[in-house]
Design a protein around this ligand. Structure first.
Ligand code: UD1
Length: 424
């Protein structure tokens, strides 16, 4: 298992280029199951979750042809198609469940394992009830046997009006994909509107899908018979962008972040301005300068888009450890998403948890030690803490980080961070 060795505190300056969005690419790749014709996807991030999704597609019978830099793939369908999403692949990644709707929509059957992924929700696990209930309304029948969802439909799925009781990114994506080839009109109310979902609908529209956003959280899909050949470039990763913005702010840095549309992270940029960062935005880049003193902020709460994203909560927590007073962050999306706190405390952070709120004391003198990653975004937070901490920080179990950040150590090295991957 690889580790990172980081010597801090680091100075940060220069330019960094943002990779394609993992969370946009995953549903886009799953939706290639709906096509008969080849599809070309560009700007794929080379991260482990993408490999997992490509392996899943291969196991189902798709042929994957990579470009030289492996960031573009052409995906073909073979005639012999399988409908089985195996536990051995799905156990590592929650987004694997996104093959269920497309398989049932296209082939009217699927046997799909319950997914795995980051453990973020305490005892509640990572449920898929919203996915299953909504697909049921479209005519999917299913049974659960030995950890597998055995699903089928009597011919095409049927358009339906579905109002989600709770906003869910994955369930919204599942339904959009399932409705594209369904019979008639599907109306999804109380839908998630994350930029990655808009990227999915733009991709499907580029192939002839009939999708329209009506009002803020309602999406209308009118089924079409088939999708056309298309080439699509995945949007930039807003969580990677946010992580580098935090790194620059934390390290009194001077950083240009390229290949990303800053307009979609206004909430995060406004918070960074509040803590004192100087930010200039351009069409596809951000110039950020960290302050000499970081100001504290109270009452940050994680929310669905366009609120503050839960996927940047651990990284912002590290930033607030260095603020000049107490701050608080309330986690509203995933109950268990404070596992990183214990590891940050090992580095000297003073954080107290009260229900779903973290009180961060600020003015912490972080000093390097050994810490362990517990999930994808927690690992990013530990790397940031290592950048701010004095001395040597060893971050173990970075396979979590490799799921979602493309060669982060190379990008960080280029902008001045003393970081080394230790492969055992
Ligand atoms: C996606 C993102 C993840 C991000 C999360 C919230 C991907 C691959 N992952 O995850 O990085 O942290 O959105 O922005 O895009 N829920 C249910 N029943 C369900 C589904 C979800 O109760 O059937 C709950 C979840 O437990 C959670 C909340 O709804 O408390 C939001 O989850 P959801 O938006 O579905 O997250 P994911 O799509 O899994």
């Amino acid at each position: 298992m690889d580790k990172f060795k980081i010597i801090g505190p680091s100075k940060i300056s220069g330019e960094v280029s943002i990779s394609g969005s993992k969370n946009a690419a995953l549903p886009i790749l799953a939706s290639t199951l709906l096509f008969d014709k080849p599809v070309v996807i560009e700007n794929l991030p080379r991260v482990r979750d993408i490999d997992t999704m490509l392996n899943l597609l291969k196991s189902l019978g798709s042929k994957i042809q990579f470009s030289k830099n492996k960031k573009t793939v052409k995906i073909y369908k073979t005639k012999k198609y399988k409908y089985f999403g195996s536990y051995s692949i799905l156990k590592t990644m929650r987004a694997g469940i996104l093959i269920l709707g497309p398989l049932v929509s296209k082939y009217h059957k699927s046997i799909c394992s319950f997914p795995g992924g980051c453990v973020l929700n305490g005892n509640s696990g990572r449920p898929v009830n919203l996915h299953l209930n909504a697909l049921k309304k479209m005519g999917m029948k299913y049974e659960i046997k030995k950890g597998y969802i055995h699903a089928k439909s009597n011919g095409k799925l049927k358009g339906a009006t579905i109002k989600f009781p709770k906003i869910s990114v994955g369930a919204t994506e599942q339904l959009i994909m399932s409705a594209v080839l369904a019979e008639g009109r599907t109306l999804i109310k109380h839908a998630a509107i994350e930029p990655e979902i808009k990227d999915l609908t733009n991709f499907l529209k580029s192939a002839g899908a009939n999708i329209k956003w009506i009002g803020k959280r309602t999406c209308q899909i009118i089924g079409v018979n088939s999708l056309n050949q298309t080439t699509y470039s995945v949007m930039g990763d807003r969580i990677e962008t946010g992580t580098f913005c935090v790194a620059a702010t934390l390290a009194k840095g001077n950083l240009i972040i390229k290949n990303f549309n800053p307009k979609i992270i206004q909430t995060e940029l406004n918070l960074l301005k509040k803590v004192g960062a100087k930010i200039k935005i351009f069409q596809s880049k951000i110039h950020i300068k960290g302050p000499q003193k970081i100001k504290n902020i109270n009452n940050i709460t994680t929310k669905e888009y366009n609120g503050f994203p839960t996927d940047l909560q651990p990284q912002f927590m590290v930033l607030l450890c260095k603020a000049n007073g107490a701050s608080s962050i309330t986690e509203n999306i995933f109950q268990g998403r404070f596992i990183h706190v214990m590891e940050l405390q090992r580095l000297g952070a003073k954080i107290k948890i009260k229900n779903n709120t973290a009180i961060i004391e600020g003015n912490s003198n972080l000093s390097g030690t050994e810490v362990m990653s517990s999930d994808l975004r927690a690992s990013a937070a530990l790397v940031l803490a290592g950048i701010a901490a004095k001395g040597e920080t060893i971050v173990s179990r970075i396979y979590h980080l490799d799921r979602g950040y493309e060669k982060i150590e190379n990008k960080l090295k280029k902008i001045g961070v003393k970081i080394k991957r230790i492969s055992l």
